[in-house]
Design a protein around this ligand. Structure first.
Ligand code: SAH
Length: 202
């Protein structure tokens, strides 16, 4: 297992560059369009903003993350906001262990953390819990983002080929991750270039 615990990122609020305390605008638009529906799984949910977004839109939402601290924060937010959503500590590489099937999967910033080997395993893991015809909405760091600060850059071709087998990549569009204000200094911009993909399981 190469993945660190990730708890470091959640020790203090606003420390992790991606933990902006609200949904990424790209996912807020998906919710506005009614696309975060049914049994929704938020893979690598962090402190749960997208799980809570889906739950607020009426979905049966579950967020999972490897970091116990992130899950604790997510549960606190759900309680404070009075939103019914479930959060569990789990490994996105072994999603079948949850014993659940989902209609929709959200991935905001998880795909790009994996090395090549884990990436293939992650895609198989997603397929094991998404119903046939279900949709995965995934946003990852893009090779259009200059510099080397932050996560590994992903090219559109890499993204498409990762989901080449048993999936239909419906679209890959240029989008952006909003960042916490302190990280904006590090990246030189208030947001980072991303690819947002809509991928259907065959
Ligand atoms: N989706 C959240 C967090 C993105 S950062 C957001 O948009 O704010 C990536 C998250 O993936 C981190 O919270 C990290 O703890 C989690 N993570 C990393 N490897 C994981 C794995 N194997 N299984 C589950 N979560 C993982």
């Amino acid at each position: 297992m190469t993945t660190p615990s990730w708890d470091w990122a959640y020790k203090e609020a606003g420390q992790a560059p991606w933990d902006i305390g609200r949904p990424q605008p790209a996912f807020a638009r998906l919710a506005d369009d009614g696309l975060l529906a049914g049994r929704v799984l938020d893979a690598g949910c962090g402190t749960g903003e997208h799980t809570l977004l889906a739950a607020s839109a009426g979905a049966d939402a579950l967020g999972i993350d490897l970091s116990p601290l992130a899950i604790e924060r997510a549960r606190e937010k759900a309680a404070a906001r009075g939103i019914k959503a479930r959060f569990e500590v789990a490994d996105a590489l072994n999603l079948a262990d949850l014993g659940l099937t989902h209609d929709t999967i959200i991935d905001s910033g998880l795909f790009h953390v994996f090395d090549n080997e884990s990436r293939a395993r992650y895609v198989r893991s997603l397929a094991s819990v998404l119903c046939p015809g279900g949709t995965c909405y995934l946003m990852c760091f893009s090779d259009r983002q200059p510099g080397t600060v932050g996560p590994r850059r992903v090219s559109e071709d890499e993204l498409r080929s990762a989901f080449g087998d048993g999936w239909t990549v419906l679209s890959v569009v240029a989008d952006a991750f909003d960042l916490v204000p302190s990280a904006a200094g590090l990246f030189g911009t208030a947001s980072a270039q991303a690819w947002r993909a809509t991928i259907e399981r065959g």
